[in-house]
Structure formats: C-alpha cells, structure tokens
Design a protein around this ligand. Structure first.
Ligand code: NDP
Length: 487
C-alpha cells in the first residue's frame, strides 16, 4: 500500500507559544517503513530548553495551576481525555507513520493514553494526606503537595502512551511539565501539547521541547530548577541521568529496560500460550521494555510448541504499519535495524540455534525500510550476548525446562527485573512462580497487560519507583508534615 504523506513543518511548545528553535535549525522525522521524511521539527538549543524550564517554573510559582480547585484540574483532564479520543484516528496514524508500529497497535496505544488521562482526572481530587496519632495536646497531619517542575524524558517505542503515562499524574498533582520526547518520534507528544492547551491547561504548565537527548536532554537533567525527573529509556542513559540528578538532589523515577521471562507449563492452554509468546515479542517489532524475549517451555510440550511457534512466526506478514494487513512493522531506525541484525549475527557465532528469521526480509518492496524478520533462537544460554542483553528487537529465545525450581532460577538469572509471564492452569503453580520471580510485574495466562490503574515498575536494574495507579502519586507529590502544639 502506498500513501501520500504531507510534509509537516512543526513548532515546539514553550510557555504557551509555538516556537522555532532559537538557533534556527530543524531536523527531519522519518517514516521507518521507507525512510521518507514526514515532518520537520525545530532543533531546540540549550537556551530553548532553559526557557522551557523557566516557563514551567513561572507557571508553577504563579499558583494558578497548583492551587486550582483540584476538582477543576480533574475536569480539565477529563476534557483532555475527550480531545484525545476525538483525535484518536489522527494520533494513531501519526504514531504509526513515525514509529512504525501497526495501526492496530497505535490505536490501542492512543486508547490507553486516553484512559490514563481519564483515570488521573478522577484521582485529581483524591490526593489525600493523613492525620497521625501523636502524644496528647498536639495535632499532626500531612499535606500532599505537588512536586514542582517535572521533566519527562520519553523514549521512542511508545511515544504517546508513555507521554500520557507521566503527563496525566503530573497534571493531576498540580505539577508543571517540560517534556522531551525522543528526537526520533516527537510527533504525538507535540500533538498532546496542543490538545492540553485546548483543554484549558494554563500557559507554561506543559512545555514540549524537540531536540536530541545528547544535547538538550543532558542540559535538562542537570538543570537546577527541575524538581523531579521521570525518565523512561535505556539503563545506560538512565545511569547518566541519575548521576546528573544526584548533583542537584533531584527526585528520579526510572523506568528502564527488561529481558523478560515468559514461562509456559505443561498444563497451559497451549494454543493461547503460543499466540501470547509470539505477540509478546513481535508486537512493535520487539521494541518493548516488557517484551517476553526469553520463553521457557516445559520439556513435555516443547517440541510441538516450538514447531507451531516457528511455523506461525515464519508466516507473519511484514510491511508498513499503516497497511491494515501488516502483522509486524519495521524497526524504528536504520541504526536500530543494524543493531538488531548484529545481535542476531552474534547469536549465531556464539552457537545458538537459529530456528527462523535472522535476516532483512527478501521482499524488495521492504528494502527501503528498517525491517528485520521475526527471529527465534533455540539453545541460548544466559552467558551469550543474546541471552542477557536487551536486544530491543524481534528476537526470541526459547528454552526447555523440567521443574519449577529450574525455571525460576533461569528466569531470575537476568540483571533486569521488569516483567514476566506465566501460563498454567494450576493456581498453586501460578502463585508460587509469581511470588518467586524477581520482577516488578507478572501476567498470568495473558501477556502485555497494563492498565492506568495498576502499578508498573521494575525490580533490580529495571528501574526505581512506579508509574500508573494511586502509587504513582507518591512520586508526583511531596509530603509535608505539620505538627501543631495545642497545649
Ligand atoms: P534511550 O535511553 O536511548 O533514550 C531514552 C530517552 O532519553 C530519549 O528521549 C532520549 O532522547 C533521551 N536521552 C538520550 N540521551 C540522554 C541524555 N544523555 N540525557 C538525557 N536524556 C537523554 O532509550 P531508547 O529511546 O532507545 O528507549 C529504549 C529503552 O527504553 C529500552 O531500554 C526500553 O526497555 C526502555 N523502556 C522502558 C520502559 C519502562 O516502562 N520500563 C518503557 C519503554 C521503554 P533522544 O532519543 O532524542 O536521544
């Protein structure tokens, strides 16, 4: 399917105004299915970034937003929810053209983003402190106050969903926001900025800066006037961000990578488990923090499971995400495609058994895009690069296991601890394995499921703190204790 794309020349949002970069430069945004330019966005300078922080600080200090009746803040978020829903076709199309994922996935992400605004709209007037029993003739209570100026660094793999995941609670709490989407995929974040203004969010409360992580990101994370950083991205960058934050004692919320185990016991609903293992890695071409990249299959069902999984995977239809018949889109960029192919080569050289895929697709129509065949390896060990690194691409390893102890130990071998899946019809096994996995989230008899109301966060190297749910508000607010002597 071909389609004509109108080149968009966009501006970024600073202090309620749409602006070009002060250095007069812009950069091109590409469609990963063919590497054609679909938009030009301003290349923010450090001055632009500082200006965005100043705007957010002024908006926070003006008190219009943070001292607004919280029910009214909630109503503005409700309006934003409606605007996101009304724009969902446009947002989904933008997301697919920019990130490469299928339109069906983008529609799901936009629906998820709308739900996040809806959920936190309802929470805005329910952020409560407590009264604490203390010795007589005293009253002690806590206030939950907004955290302040928050910096949101968003990766390219779920641009709108992850922008909404942090924007919604920040706005509900009364914080102000500087958002830096990935330079690869800024389109839907810019659109969200526009919709937030339309919904009645005051000027300067939401600022969206387009620029590179290396330049603008580094500057922003070291900025003295940032009160909290919400970082979603790789562990390597996350560590730099934490170092910069440490210098200013800035709060951090870290949502990092994963190398997630997906475990199938012999008593599982096998057809559903096969589909889930396949979708759990090949959705978004495997570019997911929570991708089930290590599948462990009980030895008694392994052969048939592997045969069918490989067969279904080999028949997946690759193509531009915008084409409704596509089952898997491209990698987000040429460099990502090269990294994934290099991992596959390493896997073969280290002795893993390639069961399917492993190349760029032979279809010449796909040659201009960043496609990689969905790939499955057997005989992968935890010492191999492909067994321990987060590949962040459509590459699955499948391994046999015999016992619960063995599979728990294999699953926990990783330094990451983000997410895991368990397939069994035995409740006892499900509970036992869920409690023994060293991960922040476990899905039983389904995979890739998260709601705005359920906490999401990593154990071990996968992060610090939680997004989503009431617990997220612990990060987006500060607690002040007030003690009164009544004697
Ligand atoms: P990166 O760490 O490369 O980038 C993440 C964000 O950080 C981007 O906006 C990037 O900007 C910015 N950035 C890059 N360098 C710096 C810097 N020095 N200072 C400040 N900001 C910087 O990760 P990817 O974009 O490649 O995202 C993939 C990673 O994100 C994977 O590891 C994945 O597991 C993780 N992730 C975690 C999730 C979770 O909830 N736990 C959810 C989704 C992804 P730019 O792109 O413009 O350089």
């Amino acid at each position: 399917m071909t389609m004509t794309v109108q080149l968009q020349k966009l501006k970024m949002l600073i202090g309620g105004e749409w602006k070009d970069g002060s250095g007069g430069q812009s950069f091109s945004i590409l469609d990963p299915s063919n590497n054609q330019i679909i938009a030009e966005v301003p290349r923010a300078t450090k001055d632009d970034a500082s200006h965005a922080v100043e705007s957010a600080k002024t908006a926070f200090q003006s008190t219009e937003w943070r001292d607004m009746d919280s029910a009214k803040r909630g109503r503005i978020l409700t309006k934003l929810t409606g605007l996101v829903r009304e724009s969902s076709d446009e947002l989904a199309r933008l997301e697919t053209l920019n990130e490469g994922k299928t339109l069906r996935e983008s529609k799901g992400d936009v629906a998820w983003a709308a739900r996040a605004f809806e959920y936190f709209a309802g929470l805005a007037d329910k952020i409560e402190g407590s009264t604490i029993p203390v010795p007589p003739k005293r009253l002690d209570y806590t206030l939950r106050e907004p955290l302040g100026v928050t910096l949101h660094i968003v990766p390219w793999n779920y641009p709108i969903a992850l922008a909404a995941r942090s924007l919604a609670p920040a706005l509900a709490a009364g914080d102000t926001v500087v958002m830096k989407p990935s330079e690869t995929t800024p389109l839907t974040a810019l659109k969200l900025g526009e919709l937030a203004s339309k919904a009645g969010v005051p000027k300067g409360v939401v600022n969206v800066i387009t620029g590179s992580g290396a330049e603008v990101g580094t500057h922003l994370v070291s900025h003295r006037d940032i009160d909290g950083i919400i970082f979603t991205g790789s562990n390597e960058t996350g560590k730099h961000v934490m170092e910069a934050a440490a210098k200013n004692v800035t709060h951090v919320l870290m949502e990092l990578g994963g190398k997630n185990p997906h475990i199938v016991f012999s008593d599982a609903d096998v057809p559903r488990a096969i589909k889930a293992v396949k979708d759990g890695i090949f959705t978004n071409a495997g570019q997911m923090c929570w991708a089930g990249s290590r599948a462990f299959i009980h030895e008694s069902i392994y052969d048939g499971f592997a045969r069918e999984l490989v067969d279904k995977t080999s028949r997946m239809k690759l193509g531009p995400g915008i084409d409704e018949s596509t089952e898997m889109g491209p990698a987000v960029s040429r460099s990502r495609q090269e990294t994934i192919l290099a991992y596959i080569k390493d896997g073969v050289e280290e002795g893993a058994k390639l069961l399917c895929g492993g190349e760029k697709p032979s279809d010449s129509n796909l040659g201009k895009g960043n496609f990689v065949e969905p790939t499955i390896f057997g005989e992968v060990t935890g010492e191999m690069k492909i067994g321990c690194d987060e590949i962040f691409g459509p590459v699955l390893s499948i391994t046999k296991f015999k016992t619960v102890d063995e599979v728990v130990s294999l699953a926990n071998e990783s330094d990451y601890g983000l997410y895991g899946g368990v397939w069994t019809s035995n409740l006892k096994t499900a509970h036992e394995v869920a409690s023994r996995l060293e991960v922040g989230g476990v899905a039983i008899n389904e995979y890739l499921v998260t709601f705005p109301q359920t906490p999401f966060g990593g154990y071990k190297d996968s992060g610090i703190g939680h997004e989503n749910g009431i617990r997220a508000m612990e990060y987006y607010t500060r607690t002040k204790n007030v003690s009164i002597n009544l004697g």
